[in-house]
Design a protein around this ligand. Structure first.
Ligand code: NDP
Length: 339
């Protein structure tokens, strides 16, 4: 039977909100021939991440746009099925940046492909808690907020891939962890299963003052650190509760990824509360990845770090799952099962 190679190309750039029509599915028989140094990988999982929305656009950003007509960028986990690179053998489990496709041929210059041990940590977790999102949480918390035991740290998008890890790492460091998430079910999960001290449902609040009062109740000693994933009203409401010298790790602004305006309502607080705000891009800090991955891998392998996944079945579902994730339809790490 012929094995088919399916891939999604970026067909057009969104004007306004992204739609499924921005992607094009292409299918052809898999060419299994390899040149010296090449590795053929069959992808098991594709990671869907908010940053992809930025790459679909050609607006100026920290990374160049995804070229039109090429396979959509994306993190992948899979299995080597053939190799002409002595570093890899058939049967190895690997992660890489294979893109939105069922298979990839990685060349000798591909520095993203690396072997992983799928015996202690499930393969899919290398795209979440023990992958880029986990390292993002680790970096922003430990290197930017650097909370002392007893401090209070708030994280938005708390049930998601990054946010869920932020709160659990904070708790492990003796910090009060407070989440913000959309909906009762996500908040219950964040508090009862992930062990955060409290979680505020931002969808219950129509304005920033009301949300800010709820945050004050959850943070009786004020906010010493904010791990910001959302921006807009959610960020403003927490900023109002910051203690003097609080630190804000600006990780993401997902409330504005589809072009919505997200002005900062109270910029004067940066001065009056002597806040330190720092944006970061996790891929720019490769020196921290080994320590972060070691800690995260150990925590997941020993069951101390919990995570949840929403898994769409089949590459065909990737665009819909991606657009849903941008609107909060995911619960935990959004993946696509490509097998
Ligand atoms: P998540 O798994 O958290 O999924 C995204 C979540 O964002 C949704 O589930 C939804 O949760 C929430 N959300 C979407 N729109 C809004 C909105 N308007 N207001 C409030 N919440 C909203 O994604 P990730 O964990 O992968 O990413 C989280 C953030 O981290 C993103 O902003 C991303 O861009 C950023 N990031 C930054 C990196 C860096 O290097 N700086 C690296 C990786 C991620 P809910 O239902 O609770 O609203």
């Amino acid at each position: 039977m012929t094995t088919m190679h399916k891939r999604f190309l970026l067909a057009s750039r969104p004007t306004g909100e992204a739609t499924v029509d921005n992607f094009q599915l292409v299918e052809a028989p898999l060419d299994e021939r390899l040149h010296e140094g090449q590795v053929l990988v069959r992808h098991h999982y594709l990671s869907l991440d908010p940053y992809m929305r930025g790459r679909m656009s050609d607006a100026k950003s920290y990374a160049p746009p995804q070229p039109l007509g090429e396979v959509m960028i994306g993190g992948t986990a899979g299995e080597v099925i053939a190799s002409r690179d002595p570093r890899f053998a058939a049967g190895d489990f690997v992660v890489g940046m294979g893109g939105w496709q069922t298979h990839q041929k990685a060349g000798p210059n591909d520095r993203t492909l690396r072997k992983v041990d799928a015996s202690r940590v499930p393969l899919s977790a290398y795209l979440g808690a023990v992958g880029m999102p986990g390292v993002t949480a680790w970096y922003g918390l430990t290197q930017i907020i650097a909370p002392k035991p007893g401090a209070t740290v708030v994280v938005s998008a708390a049930s998601g891939a990054v946010g869920s890890v932020v709160g659990q790492l904070a708790k492990a460091r003796g910090v009060r962890a407070v989440g913000i998430a959309g909906g009762r079910e996500k908040c219950d999960y964040v508090r009862d299963e992930l062990g955060f001290d409290a979680c505020v449902d931002y969808k219950e609040h129509r304005d920033v003052q009301s949300l800010s009062r709820a945050i004050a109740e959850a943070c009786p000693d004020g906010v010493d650190g904010l791990f910001e994933n959302v921006g807009g009203m959610v960020m403003d409401a927490v900023m109002l509760r910051t203690n003097p010298f609080a630190r804000v790790a600006v990780c993401g602004m997902i409330a504005g990824y589809e072009g919505q305006p997200i002005p900062m309502a109270f910029p004067a607080l940066v001065l009056t509360n002597r806040l330190r705000l720092e944006g970061f891009i996790v891929s720019e800090h490769p020196e921290h990845w080994p320590a972060a991955l070691k800690e995260l891998g150990e925590l997941v392998a020993t069951g101390k770090l919990k995570y949840r996944e929403t898994i769409a079945k089949g590459l065909e579902r990737a665009p819909e799952a991606f657009l849903g994730m941008l609107k909060g339809k995911n619960f935990g790490k959004q993946l696509v099962d490509l097998r």
